[in-house]
Ligand binder design. Sequence first.
Ligand SMILES: C[S@@+](CC[C@H](N)C(=O)[O-])C[C@H]1O[C@@H](n2cnc3c(N)ncnc32)[C@H](O)[C@@H]1O
Length: 307
Amino acid sequence: MGTREQFQLIERGLPPETAFDRIITGITQPRTALKPFYASEKAVIYNGDYHEVLERIPENTLDMIFADPPYKLSNNGFTCHSGRRVPVNKGAWDSSKGVAEDAAFHESWIAACRRVLKPEGTLWISGTYHSIYQCGWALQKQHFHFLNDIVWFKPNGPPNLSCRCFTASHETLLWARKDKKAKHYFNYQAMKNGPFPEDKLKTQGLQMRSVWSIPPPAKEEKKTGRHPTQKPLSLLSRILLASTKPGDIILDPFNGSGTTGLACSMLGERFYIGVEIEREFCELTERRLRSVVLEDAGEEEQVYAAQ
Ligand SMILES: C[S@@+](CC[C@H](N)C(=O)[O-])C[C@H]1O[C@@H](n2cnc3c(N)ncnc32)[C@H](O)[C@@H]1O
């Protein structure tokens, strides 16, 4: 079945399970033979380049994309971690190839994401000044409509070692809609009234503002291994709660340790597609996703035992 036919089937209002299955079948059909690294009923991880996977997804089919692309900041500099001076280098995937090539990289993955997003779908991008302005310019050129830029304030970010400029203590999240005329989803009530105990800037019952105070991932979140740029679960849970609804299909083209997939699984009723080029991070993601399933099973056993 061609991608257009698949798209038409999805458009005819199939239940989300079927829509998800059809997308996955399209990616993994024998002719193209792109097998998932990990697959469960609602999550699938591919070990490969985002491009290989996205080109097999029918256009206009995904509800939300969260992308945490390489920041391209591994430049042999130093930072401070747990009171020690450590190199900032994250890996070859994070090294800059020069301003023009880095900008072309961001334009290319954003175009690939635009093709697969539904018109009412939204795209989130996280980054620092090393990458976020290039991403913002690419969004403008590709006619996305900005909804917000969020400041993710890190209350206990590391100190500045040079003492010659301000201490970096935030990242920026861009949130944009594919089509200005389409109606995107925003869970206003959950953002206003939900409890966000980790955020000292948020008052329950008042509107959620565009500055979020969220600490880095807790030790508990790294118990199955670590990724150098792992995002906190509470950050991704908030993003998913704000901008997705049950049944939605969500993509993370730079899966890393799978925080987006884990947050989908914990929130429930979301379908997840993750793409990660490094095998070791796919393995880490699998361990994290399986640990949630085990924890859920453990809880059920406890409930059962208490009855
Ligand atoms: C900033 S990290 C994402 C971290 C993730 N948000 C988390 O919470 O763990 C970016 C990831 O993109 C992966 N990556 C880099 N280039 C890629 C590509 N062309 N296709 C797919 N993944 C890629 C890197 O290996 C890295 O794990």
